[in-house]
Design a protein around this ligand. Sequence first.
Ligand SMILES: [Zn+2]
Length: 308
Amino acid sequence: MQTYDFILKRISSQTGLDEKEIEKRVDMKIAKLSGLISKEGAAQIVASELGVGFENMDLKLAEIMPGMKKVNFLVKVVKVFPIRSFNKNGRDGKVANLIVADDSGSARLVLWDTNHIRLLEEKSINEGDSIEIKNASIRDSEIHLTGFSDIKKSSLIVSEIKITSVPLEKKISEVRQGENVKINGTIVQIFPPKFFLVCSECKRKIVKNEEGFFCDKHGKANPIERVLLSFVIDDGSSNIRVVIFSEQIQKIFREEDLKFEEGFRRFKESFLGEELGVSGIVKKNILDGSLELNSNDINILKIENFLS
Ligand SMILES: [Zn+2]
């Protein structure tokens, strides 16, 4: 919720509207888009409608959101991956991936410009260096730099960093059990949601007996309902079943609507064939031994289209 609060405060300070009023507009926006957008995404649209931008702002890594443009960072280089070459539509190119961090978290930084990549090749920028980034764009949860962006070694030192687990981007055919990965693919099949009750305190499964609900840890428990949804995504190399829970579902759809057949039908219509990026841990399904992804982050690639 850090990002959402950040946007609310930003809109409020720029427009003079109070946060309650802004939240009302955010809720209206979510309703208008049939719940197909996260609170953060909706807040971002409200911001742009009110003429509030994030351009030229110095941001912390915990504050980044898909679709942000022309934003700045002061971060430390934690890891530089080998530079990759590619050939797309007959054009040769290079791409460099780094992990960067500040005191709020860490993120993947992707360089596309040959001048920027040269800084790595010539060892002008190395692991451990503090760097300034200007004019960056955010795609999914990654920072992307183009020829219009700037990257340089900073005289300011980032001393404190917080490493949040940054998933490895992989093809589905390459994922292994236990890995934290990010995959991009198209939803090709969606299974009906499953609802279950958990303890309101520890969010673990509870059992029902004649006296009521019972949690192993908390005894008599307050039940809350959670939902699990699974679907299959395909990236051309292979496919994998993805499992998402309430927190992730809420980012892309109104969870309550899934309780009704009509709502689930609308969910299927909206998301079948949709391209998305999912991150999570690869687990082995207990029943059939196949690999599946327990998602802890999900991004619909079309949210960016709402913003442009
Ligand atoms: Zn409990």
